[in-house]
Design a protein around this ligand. Structure first.
Ligand code: ARG
Length: 456
């Protein structure tokens, strides 16, 4: 079969070479964007008098027919036509005759493919943003039910200070809020039109780039034709934001995996989000959380892959850039899938409040409170730290926790201790009193919940 660009060639490439060079296997995902872009382009050509109104209508009708066929899965793409752009152009000419060949006036596949990807990412960022809000909603719903559920807070994965479980969950809400805003900010740089930049240098036809940009809902056009067709920084930014989002999800995955272990037993995942073992009948594995943690790697990979693809490329378009797509598509699928699964996993998990309560009553995470107590009575904090450290040591030697140590031992350690320390040491008091802005105090957490809800 002869190529749409075959004029200057005397030999046709062999099929296996065509196959290696073709992108139709994956860029067919851009079919709707490709047709949408072509419709705007031909409307612009007609408005500028470059094709007649009648020709433009014929082309638009042909493209609409192809769009319908594409949506019904009726288009049979061929590797000989290399990519989505040439496939659609060939279908169009088959559909409406030689007039279809006028569509490509004043544009190149280079500005065309860039346009397709801008349109594609704009849509996907919108969908991802909605998924983020869903997950944030699930976190807020769980948090609301657990403002007064207290869990050990950790540093170095060692019990540190008790916190409200809602506070812990809301930490992820705020990470996701920043991811959301990173995607939204990135949209400013996605929503720019490369269309009409031509192969690299613009075109001799009196086109109106602003008009086609407006038809496609772009905010503005790329100012430089070389830049328009050769940069992929808008995809890099998307991948970097996605890598950050996945890193956040992966950290929560790690916690979910820990929390659902026999050692912690803080939560139980719903059966839908866990799997069994083929050999060990007792197992309930947090597979979905592990998988999301694992999939984070491929998104990082796509970011690195694209950075590497681009770093040595002279202006303008180079075929290397065809390698920009699979990583982008894969990141979209991975991010959307992970967010969806995560939302279900959070909504349906059971929180073992008894186990959490038991945990905070059997550790020393209230020790800081005791040091603060002495400090608030005038003892320099450094000394207070030392006194409490010694009390903790006595507890360890006697096999009790701070609440179980007799008052006499407190008095011996410092005259400043009064009977009210047992009230102060209660984990509930410990949490309630951490009411500095953004702290885990119940009042602060309720305030944070209100703020979070206004952002949903
Ligand atoms: N399939 C190509 C890509 O994805 C489209 C652009 C081709 N342009 C060219 N001059 N060969 O990059």
């Amino acid at each position: 079969m002869s190529k749409l660009w075959g004029g200057r060639f005397t030999k046709t490439a062999e099929e296996w070479v065509d196959e290696f060079g073709a992108s139709i296997g994956f860029d067919q995902l851009l079919v709707e964007e490709d047709i949408e872009g072509s419709i705007a382009h031909v409307k612009m050509l007609a408005k500028c008098g470059i094709v007649s109104e009648e020709e433009a209508l014929q082309i638009q009708n042909g493209l609409q027919t192809l769009l319908k066929k594409a949506k019904n899965g009726e288009l049979e793409y061929s590797v000989q036509n290399e990519d989505i752009h040439l496939n659609i152009e060939k279908f169009l000419i088959d559909e409406i005759g030689p007039v279809g060949g006028k569509l490509h006036t004043g544009r190149s596949r280079n500005d065309q493919v860039a346009t397709d990807m801008h349109l594609y990412l704009r849509k996907q960022i919108d969908e991802i943003s909605k998924e983020i809000k869903q997950l944030q909603t699930a976190l807020v719903t769980q948090a609301k039910a657990h403002v007064e559920t207290i869990v050990p807070g950790y540093t170095h994965l060692q019990r540190a200070q008790p916190v409200s479980f809602a506070h812990h969950l809301l930490a992820y809400f705020w990470m996701l809020e920043r991811d959301f805003s990173r995607y939204q900010d990135g949209l400013k740089r996605v929503n720019i039109s490369p269309l009409g930049a031509g192969a690299l240098a613009g075109t001799t036809f009196p086109i109106d780039r602003h008009y086609s940009a407006e038809l496609l809902g772009f905010d503005r056009i790329y100012e430089n034709s070389l830049d328009a067709v050769s940069d992929r920084d808008f995809i890099l930014e998307f991948l970097s934001t996605s890598a950050t989002l996945m890193m956040h999800l992966s950290r929560l995955c790690e916690e979910i995996i820990l929390w659902s272990s026999q050692e912690f037993r803080f939560i139980e995942l719903d059966d839908t989000f866990a799997t069994g073992s083929s050999i060990m009948p007792q197992k309930k594995n947090p597979d979905m959380a592990e998988l999301i943690r694992g999939k984070t790697g491929r998104v990082y990979g796509s970011l690195f892959s694209l950075l590497t693809i681009l770093k040595g490329l002279p202006l303008a378009y180079n075929k290397d850039m065809q390698e920009d797509k699979e990583g982008m598509f894969d990141a979209v699928t991975t991010v959307k899938g992970s967010l969806k699964i995560f939302t279900g996993m959070i909504e349906s998990m059971t929180v073992n409040t008894d186990v959490m309560k038991q945990a905070v009553h059997s550790d020393f995470s209230n020790a800081t409170e005791l040091a603060d107590y002495l400090a608030s009575k005038g003892m320099p904090f450094r000394e207070a730290h030392e006194v409490v450290g010694k009390l903790v040591l006595q507890c360890i030697q006697q096999g009790v926790f701070l609440l179980g140590l007799p008052f006499s031992q407190y008095k011996e350690a410092s005259e400043l201790f009064e009977e009210d320390i047992f009230e102060v040491l209660d984990p509930k008091t410990v949490v309630a009193r951490r009411n500095s802005a953004g702290g885990t105090g119940f009042d602060q957490v309720r305030l944070a919940l209100e703020k979070a809800e206004t952002l949903l």
